[in-house]
Ligand binder design. Sequence first.
Ligand SMILES: Cc1cc2nc3c(=O)[nH]c(=O)nc-3n(C[C@H](O)[C@H](O)[C@H](O)COP(=O)(O)OP(=O)(O)OC[C@H]3O[C@@H](n4cnc5c(N)ncnc54)[C@H](O)[C@@H]3O)c2cc1C
Ligand code: SF4
Length: 571
Amino acid sequence: MAYFNIDGVEERTYDAIVIGSGISGGWAAKELTEKGLRTLVLDRGKDVKHVVDYPTTSLHPWQMDHRGTLPLEVKKENPIVSKCYAFKEDASHFFSKDDEHPYVQEKPFDWIKGYQVGGKSLLWARQVQRWSDFDFEGPARDGFAVDWPIRYKDLAPWYSYVEKFAGISGNKDGLAELPDGEFLPPYELTKVEKYFKEKVAEKYGDRHVIVARCAHLSEQKDIHKQQGRVQCQNRVLCQRGCPYGGYFSSNSSTLPWAEKTGNLTLKPDSVVESLIYDEEKEKVTGVRVIDAHTKEVTEYFSKIVFVNAAAANTNLILLNSKSKRFPNGLGNDNGLLGKYFAFHNYRARATAEYDGFTDFTTDGKRPTSGYIPRFRNIHKQETNFLRGYAAGVSTYRSEYTSEDGLGVALKEKLAKPKLGPWRIGSHMMGETIPKESNLISLNNSKKDEWGIPLLNFDVAYDDNDEKMIEDYFEQITEMFESAGFTNIRTSDSKQAPGLDIHEMGGVRMGKDPKTSLLNEWNQLHTSKNVFVTDGACMTSTGTQNPSLTYMALTARAVDYAVKELKNGNIS
Ligand SMILES: Cc1cc2nc3c(=O)[nH]c(=O)nc-3n(C[C@H](O)[C@H](O)[C@H](O)COP(=O)(O)OP(=O)(O)OC[C@H]3O[C@@H](n4cnc5c(N)ncnc54)[C@H](O)[C@@H]3O)c2cc1C
Ligand code: SF4
């Protein structure tokens, strides 16, 4: 049974508390500690120290028990997380297993979680594209959700700020729909991707094949040296944790930086149950934490709280923060907390082959791929669906190996695979429309092992998503055909929402407290010392991989919060 720790209130009082140490929480920790605030970072997962806690980082396949794949038994026990492409033997220890934190699927939803210090920053695919005004203006122009309270110009300097520190490789492409950033040298497109780029540009002036921007140190600048990170070696084993710090993670970058300030206290194994609202003081005074193992309950206090538990858990914590003043969850006067929960539509794929360039192949690896920024409905509505999609594109030379023969002959064949044609793969990254009917809520009867209500997921695709998939199939087929690609195949994985691992919304930003939870500074309209800067704050979803936007919003919100604290507007 849980017991309550009442000793040492002073010892448990900080200037700021950050809930979650993943991509956004890591940034909150860095910014708050750098600005001199004594900051407590709480994470429900185990500690993961950079390098020392990457047990598989240098293993060869034959050094792993199952050569890198997972036994069928593990997959059977974990039907949800097993759907994620990165849940393999080398990184399975960084994923939460299905029974570790159950939830209720009112409708199918694949909730992929990484509970540890660093969160999913260890596991992510490091794709980072800025939003543009076409994205921020979307809801207002197309009449869905609510208008964003900010525009690109508000976030642009903060994108630059986080990009310089994190280290982003990319090319200055000069596209209004995908603004350029502070880039380290770009990775190269393959021969066939360059050819495809030319063909697409010839046929459509407004479609572009570019190299996707990624959070890798293609060059080490002084700021990365100061973090102890060196140039990426292109091993592409990133999901194991990178001993070089070649890619950006909280563990390699923001958390050690925060630690160096002397202002950080990091407490792993600390499940935040709720925020504490003091009815007399009429404000949030801290958080209630349950030890992940002993179940001991402890309260911590602070002037500011940043909630960065990743979108669904941030909704859960706020919904579970009930008080006389907020009987339906913290800040939830309008009843919208948990609603307008959204995701990305990653169902559609296409493949093809190309007969040319057989004198060329690729050598080595690169940690990114080609990318086609959104081209639909940018300047005006031109299709039967709202918004648009971006597409990933990658090409490689297929290889096949004959396993006929024995002894030396077999060894030689295995050592020298034959080259087949070039293969092209593409996947759609579609914007979805946040809707009130897509929501997450607390289950009334079921609780987890810490006594916290389970989350209900009531989230589904809609007609707009289906039409978008049809359009992607038509358009990518046409683009492939125009480049002379053959054997074109399209497929719809029909995967449930969630497997995109870009869950967003539920605590959306907006201008009006009647229709949103957060203001333009990611501050709860009704509780000025509480900030939400992970995916939960997103008013709409864009097509871009979202984490860079969470980083920029976080750094911006901390800057504001600390100024407000100094001005006495937050106490
Ligand atoms: C395989 C994979 C590929 C991806 N690829 C990309 C990509 O290319 N580009 C991109 O932009 N995004 C990508 N993502 C998504 C990206 O990882 C997330 O958007 C990002 O990590 C979200 O940051 P966050 O801070 O909100 O949450 P997280 O990084 O998930 O961190 C949340 C932290 O909060 C902790 N926590 C949760 N609940 C509580 C609680 N109650 N109390 C205390 N702590 C709690 C968790 O343990 C965790 O450490 C990918 C994700 C995966 C898994
Ligand atoms: S590709 Fe770069 S970042 Fe990834 S594991 Fe290799 S060196 Fe590290």
